[in-house]
Design a protein. Sequence first.
Length: 365
Amino acid sequence: MPKELKVTHIVGARPNFVKAAPLVKALEAKGVTQSLIHTGQHYDDIMSDAFFRDLNMPTPDFNLHVGGGSQFDQLSKLMLGLPDALTALSPDALILYGDVNSTMVASIVANRLDIPVIHVEAGLRSGDMRMPEESNRKIVDMFAELHLTTSPEALENLVNEGASASSVHEIGNTMIDSLFASAHLFDFERVQAKLGVPEKFGVVTMHRGGNVDDPERVKEIVESLTKAAAMTTLVLPLHPRGRQTLMEAGLDKVENLVVCDPLGYTDFLSLVGKAQFVVTDSGGVQEETTVMGIPCLTLRPNTERPITITEGTNRLVTALTLSDEIEAVLAGDFEIKGPPALWDGKAAVRGAEVIVSFLNAKKAS
């Protein structure tokens, strides 16, 4: 009789929810017993609950409610809350997603509890250690026994850092699985009516500290957005992080700019799918625009997702070049490539196969 296989998923922020949902379904189809811990890093309706509803995610077995406060408050609450939850659930392995703080702390706790770590979206590297996400990725991959990757360059990154090549499996992108699975729910006309968006517009998203924490940097960005808004309407779902600094820099005075609260998963992608372009500093949006064929201008000096440039629609820009880049896109001066071969909506099925084989091998050893 086959032995029961038990895994626990840990999610904490919006990108985690999107990546986890397809794998939860694929493992369910394999008969794997699953549990879910929500750390509460993103915790309100728009930042969390709406995504669970849109993605049909199961109710978490534990919610640690670590959201709010400083990043150090969150890290300490995670370190204190996760051991008891994981001990109670006693999984055969812990499945972690991406590079948020919840993922990093969970990998450390799992290592101390001798729980094998499976990292989904392993091996991404920007080479920029000033980004907290970069150190998070490296820490998680150091503790992971199984690395599930989205693109070919991850193998070299991981092996160079000491991972065994046999632990690395390129499965594709589970975030894109969610996009394909939810596409029938996209309703631009409803979102357009709710926000008062015209037929032609660009979307802007920003949340990284490098863009929204430094008042001088924010001032440059708002000046560029002012120039861009003279060319086409801009729609900016405003992340809680950065709201104050952007408003103090005069964002509310920019004409032809629609500012709204963060949107749910399907509403946001409904908007992106009809946009002339997207300006972002998000990793996931670089991937979603690549598959949707929408020009993406990434307001960062580097990206951990270079495949979105070589096989996608992404281009790196600065605050000073942003308005010129938008003008070029509107003039049709933008190459659309890709998407990558394994970004086909079947990554979770491939991932589930690898995970079940890994767990069975663990049971047999």
